[in-house]
Design a protein. Structure first.
Ligand SMILES: CC(C)(COP(=O)(O)OP(=O)(O)OC[C@H]1O[C@@H](n2cnc3c(N)ncnc32)[C@H](O)[C@@H]1OP(=O)(O)O)[C@@H](O)C(=O)NCCC(=O)NCCS
Length: 177
C-alpha cells in the first residue's frame, strides 16, 4: 500500500506486459524530453520491437537467476519498475547493478522504497552481495531514496554527464544486498 492509500501489486514481469511496458518506457522518454534535468539516460522513443527484445532479455535473465526485475502495477497499469542485474563474469558474480523508475504521479508515495526493498531481498536470496548504482549528482530524489536505503557514495566521475554546456558529476554508490 502506498502512503496515499493506493494498493499496488509488486510482481515479476510477464511476456504479456509488452504493451504496458512500452507505454511506461515511452512515458519516461516524453518526460525526459520535456525536462532534460530528469536524471535518466533514456531519451529516444522505444519501438515495440526494441521493447520486445528488452523484455525477452529480462525474462531470460530472470530464468537464469541473473536478473531481478520488480514491476509495480496499479489497476492493470505499470507505474514503476526496478531492475537489478548480476554481473557476468565469475569474479564479479556477487555484484549487481540497480536501476529504478517510478511514473511521475506515483512518486513520493513510498513506491521507490517498496520496489527497492523487494529487489534487494530477492537479490540477496540469489547470492548477490553488493549492489551498485550510478546517479546524476543533480538527482535529489534518487540520492534521497538511495541514501535512505543505506547506499553510500564510493566515488564520482566529474562531468560524467553533459547537457549542452552544463556538466554534472556521475555519483557511484553501493550497499550490501
Ligand atoms: C528516484 C525515484 C525512483 C524515487 O521514487 P519514489 O517512489 O518517489 O521514492 P519514495 O517515495 O519511496 O521516497 C523515499 C525517500 O527518498 C527521498 N526522496 C524521494 N523523492 C524525493 C525528492 N523529490 N526530493 C528529495 N528527496 C526525495 C525521501 O527521503 C523519501 O522519503 P520521504 O518521502 O519519507 O521523505 C523517482 O523519483 C523516479 O522515478 N525519478 C525519475 C527516474 C529516476 O531518477 N530514477 C533514478 C535514476 S538513478
Amino acid at each position: 500500500m502506498l502512503t496515499d492509500g493506493t494498493t499496488v501489486l509488486l510482481r515479476a514481469p510477464r511476456r504479456d506486459d509488452l504493451e504496458q511496458m512500452l507505454r511506461f518506457a515511452n512515458r519516461l522518454v516524453r518526460e525526459k524530453r520535456k525536462n532534460a534535468s530528469l536524471g535518466i539516460l533514456m531519451d529516444k522513443r522505444f519501438s515495440r520491437k526494441e521493447e520486445e527484445k528488452f523484455l525477452t532479455g529480462v525474462l531470460a535473465g530472470i530464468r537464469r537467476n541473473d536478473v531481478v526485475n520488480v514491476t509495480a502495477e496499479v489497476n492493470g497499469k505499470i507505474v514503476g519498475n526496478t531492475d537489478l542485474r548480476r554481473q557476468r563474469h565469475n569474479d564479479v558474480l556477487h555484484l549487481g547493478r540497480l536501476g529504478i523508475i517510478v511514473l511521475k504521479e506515483y512518486r513520493r508515495k513510498g513506491l521507490g522504497t517498496l520496489l527497492m526493498e523487494t529487489a534487494l531481498e530477492r537479490a540477496e536470496s540469489l547470492g548477490i552481495k553488493l549492489v551498485t548504482l550510478e546517479v546524476y549528482a543533480s538527482n535529489e530524489a534518487a540520492l534521497g531514496l538511495y541514501t535512505s536505503m543505506g547506499f553510500r557514495e564510493f566515488g564520482r566521475l566529474p562531468g560524467g554527464i553533459r547537457q549542452g554546456t552544463s556538466k554534472i558529476d556521475l555519483v557511484y554508490m553501493f550497499r550490501q544486498a
